[in-house]
Design a protein. Structure first.
Length: 293
């Protein structure tokens, strides 16, 4: 264990958010008891976690779909390693839904024996970088950066929560056979949310009627989530985590290709070179812009 800086806590080579992490929990994370019907969303930060939390919560909880229950998404699909509301995980009824940013090598042993179903959501890293840049400038618990140029260096060096993007996705993908895990991209969800919902309900064996699927798609849209206090984390950001700017939102833009509005040509080419060097022969496809399809 080493102290990285005032914002980051490094445990076994991976950076966690210092103020939110429970170190004792982390030390025992591999022994965390997994149930056969647990469900895990795994993401690198800013890849669509909050969106997927909402989608899975809508798929799994009828009361969420039909609006008869008023529970925040974060309490339906809490973060394994950031238990900000101090929920009693062991007392939760099955099926339990969790989200997590952990690297593959810190996964609870039960996941490695394929007990639970897992979903890895990935996003093109240029958009991840831009989203993370804005989020880091918004949230008081993260280190702010003055420019994209500066942030790109920090991001590529892995001096951020989640460490190096390349290591996170490659680690999970290369060890995918140890887990019961489905890979799905943010861009695929953006391109065809309905089809993605169908894919997910099939993977998780949740049979949904056409009407149910419609209800999930409508309530998981960017605009709907932005105005839904249970889904948009506005209160968590303002009252629990703290922001530097009261206008900022977790749901910022929600598009594919926003990096084009932020990167210079030189920065984009530099990023491409580093991407190709690190991701050579990596089989998953990345979508950098929906128009290029
Ligand atoms: P942007 O900053 O590019 O807008 P995470 O939840 O992993 O931190 O990811 C946050 C990113 O997902 C933000 O990206 C946010 O706007 C986007 N997002 C959240 N809900 C979304 C939705 N319903 N549709 C599309 N994007 C969404």
């Amino acid at each position: 264990m080493e102290n990285t800086n005032e914002y980051l806590f490094n445990y076994r080579g991976y950076n966690f958010e210092r103020a939110l992490i429970d170190i004792e929990f982390l030390k025992n994370i591999e022994d965390f008891e997994i149930r056969d019907d647990d469900v895990f969303i795994i993401t690198y930060p800013k890849s669509g976690t909050i969106w997927t939390q909402q989608i899975l919560s809508l798929i799994f909880y009828e009361e969420h779909r039909n609006g008869t229950e008023n529970i925040k998404t974060i309490d339906r699909v809490p973060f394994l390693e950031y238990n900000i509301h101090h929920l009693e995980y062991a007392q939760r009824p099955s099926p339990r839904l969790f989200s997590s940013h952990i690297p593959y090598y810190l996964a609870p042993r039960g996941l490695k024996s394929k007990k639970a179903k897992m979903l890895y959501i990935y996003r093109n890293p240029k958009d991840v970088l831009v989203s993370f840049f804005h989020f880091s400038n918004l949230v008081s618990l993260l280190e702010a950066s003055d420019t994209i140029e500066h942030y790109m260096e920090t991001f590529l060096d892995g001096k951020v929560v989640g460490s190096r993007w390349f290591d996170h996705i490659k680690g999970w993908y290369e060890h995918r056979h140890d887990f019961n895990i489905l890979f799905l991209s943010y861009e695929e969800m953006k391109k065809d949310l309905r089809n993605s919902v169908l894919k997910l309900s099939k993977f998780f064996d949740k049979e949904l009627s056409e009407e149910d699927v419609d209800a999930v798609v409508i309530q998981a849209s960017f605009e709907k989530m932005k105005s839904d206090a249970r889904a948009n984390y506005d209160v968590i950001l303002s009252d629990e985590i703290g922001t530097r700017n009261s206008d900022g939102r977790f749901l910022r833009k929600g598009t594919v290709g926003d990096w084009k509005n932020h990167f210079t040509v030189e920065q984009s080419e530099r990023f491409d070179r580093i991407f190709h060097k690190n991701m050579k022969d990596f089989p998953l496809k990345f979508i950098w812009d929906l128009n290029e399809e």
